[in-house]
Ligand binder design. Structure first.
Ligand SMILES: [Zn+2]
Length: 594
């Protein structure tokens, strides 16, 4: 971006700031804000849709975040303004925010990572109520009439949780250790990178039952949010790079020296949440792919990785636009991040992260060597990129309740990544990914003694990450493969395009998917497939399992599929003696709880 023009754009938008911030003597009525500036953060297709459709950008909530980032301490001083329209047909007596940083798996007993210091409604101080550490209730007194707007202001301080030190741990070690909590590192400070996923109070989703506040789990994604517009002003060290949702409008230094901070102005439209990755270690490269500005952020000395990320994310965006319909936003950022506990990547609207560990030399020992070789041979990093980019359609665009029905976006994102491999690397590569990423998690889980079960259940109904991966990412994704085979590829893609168009920036339920399948796939067979794969337990018949209790068999299968041990393979497979087998089974039992 040309700096002069960038600064001008930023200024033109942020001239709005004092108007939006409200006068000292609070107005009795909050007027609609002008959404004109937000269209530029959308793709051309969705610009038109919001400009002409019944749904207006100005009806979405507006967040104004002013954040002072301390990269030495890993803290954020935040001032948050939210303008929202009463979402119900009745007078509204409260507004509820989710506070993910205070999730039980991220804080010590009784602790808080995020503390709210002040709250105001329409300029007047109010008493915010902490229902539980992750639920903040703002009373509206008098209640807000239907169709009217309120402005909430919050002041808060966030101490970003330190990344768990886990030197040398392999991916499998981390996965087996994840019962201890700490999360995936989506909100973390470590390795010189500040990861700010779900880092501020976010409006709870409004449902027929009111504000939705299910318990936040350390497993899966803590997301059930509705689209909103964002104006974000950061104050941060001059040398820190920012990968974020939305687009960067411009920036300005707050002094001549390298020690002086700078301000960065960001803007996002129709985003269910706003995430950032901030680091002085990041270098970045950009590329335009079919009108989508793609930026890759990598740590120092990984220029080749930046090119690979641009290639892969660019190819995924191009393919998915062809298969599923237009990409929602003007840009997409891809950033390396210190994810842990088995997470390979994470999706946010307009931003995806990929685990640094996938790009670093593997840990020592035979298990480390095996996993390192597997990552390389199975192209795990590319699969992760393809999966996370697919979430821009199946999460950012088509919303779903990731706590109660995580399969809706996860299974479809995983199957989308299979189609990416098939299209980019040929049918055999697609088949290999079906074996590795879909069938094997299921087979591994079964061999370790886990049970088959319905795909459609809430996060709290899965015993541990292995079961979650097996049933949702494995069996759930294989449902879409079975559906495609029953319908034929073109009809199947027609179904997905209709799904994306019908539920764009809205929320789909499992019932919505069933109704669409009924409409688009003629005959009862497709609907029966849904019941069989998603609601019932026929995994062993449909997917197959190696001999029960035979972990060695599973590793042999893994090795065959990963291309190990064959020509060019040079890794000694670990010999799984009965003691080793017992170790794995004990670990699984421990994860599963009593
Ligand atoms: Zn996912």
């Amino acid at each position: 971006m040309n700096p002069t023009r960038g600064a001008w754009l930023a200024l033109s938008v942020f001239l709005l700031w004092p108007l939006l911030a409200g006068a000292a003597d609070a107005p009795p009525k909050i007027e609609a804000y002008d959404p004109a500036e937000f269209y530029r953060a959308l793709s051309p297709h969705y610009r038109k849709l919001f400009a002409s459709g019944p749904r207006k950008l100005a009806d979405l909530p507006l967040y104004q975040l002013e954040l002072k980032i301390d990269l030495l301490l890993g803290t954020v001083e935040g001032s948050e303004g939210v303008i929202l329209k009463n979402p119900s047909a009745a007078p509204l007596s409260n507004v509820v925010f989710r506070v993910y940083p205070n999730s039980a798996h991220l804080v010590a007993e009784g602790g808080r990572n995020l503390t709210v210091s002040e709250a105001k409604v329409n300029g007047r101080p109010c008493a915010a109520r902490e229902v539980d550490p992750t639920v903040l209730e703002i009373p509206l007194d008098p209640p807000l009439p239907p169709g009217e707007r309120a402005r909430i202001e919050l002041g808060y301080r966030l101490v970003v949780p330190r990344l768990r030190e886990n030197p040398g741990a392999s991916g499998l070690d981390q996965l087996l250790a994840s019962g201890g909590g700490g999360g995936y590192g989506i909100l973390s400070f470590g390795e010189g990178i500040l990861s700010l996923g779900f880092s501020y109070p976010i409006l709870a989703a409004w449902t027929a039952q009111g504000w939705d506040t299910p318990e936040l789990s350390g497993m899966g994604d803590p997301t059930h949010f509705e689209p909103a517009n964002y104006l974000v002003k950061l104050n941060l060290p001059k040398l820190a790079a920012v990968a974020s949702s939305g687009i960067q409008l411009g920036e300005q230094p707050l002094g001549p020296g390298p020690e002086h901070p700078r301000e960065v102005f960001l803007l996002a439209a129709a985003a269910r949440h706003f995430a950032m990755q901030i680091s002085t270690r990041y270098q970045h490269k950009a590329r335009d792919v079919g009108g989508v500005a793609i930026r890759a952020f990598v740590v120092e000395e990984q220029e080749a990785t930046a090119e690979a990320l641009l290639d892969q994310a660019g190819a995924a965006v191009a393919l998915y636009q062809k298969m599923f319909g237009p990409y929602p936003y003007a840009g997409l950022a891809v950033a390396q991040a210190p994810l842990q506990n088995g997470a390979g990547g994470m999706e946010y609207p307009g931003l995806i992260t990929v685990a640094l560990s996938l790009y670093q030399p593997p840990a020592g020992g035979p298990m480390g060597a095996l996993l390192g070789k597997l990552v390389e041979q199975t192209r795990t990093p590319e699969f992760v990129v393809a999966h996370e980019v697919a979430h821009q359609w199946w999460h950012a665009l088509v919303g779903s309740d990731s706590l109660r029905h995580p399969f809706l976006d996860e299974a479809l994102a995983n199957y989308s990544a299979v189609m990416y491999f098939e299209s980019r690397h040929g049918g055999a590569a697609g088949t290999q990914q079906i074996e590795l990423e879909l069938s094997m998690p299921y087979q591994m889980w079964r061999v370790m003694g886990g049970a088959d079960g319905p795909v459609n259940r809430g996060l709290d109904k899965f015993a541990n990450p292995l079961e979650y991966a097996a049933i949702v990412y494995g069996k759930g994704a294989l449902f879409f493969h079975a559906l495609r085979r029953a319908m034929g590829k073109q009809a199947f893609l027609g179904l997905l395009r209709a799904y994306a168009a019908e539920f764009a920036f809205r929320e789909a339920t499992p019932q919505d998917l069933v109704l669409l399948i009924r409409k688009k796939a003629s005959g009862k067979k497709a609907e029966a497939l849904y019941r069989r794969w998603i609601e019932e337990a026929h995994g062993d018949e449909d997917i197959g399992v190696p001999a029960a209790g035979d972990l060695t068999g599973w590793f042999q299968l893994l090795a065959r599929q990963g291309g190990l041990g064959g020509p060019g393979g040079n890794v000694q497979l670990p010999q799984l003696d009965p003691a080793m087998l017992k170790l794995f089974q004990d670990a699984v039992r421990q994860l599963s709880g009593p």
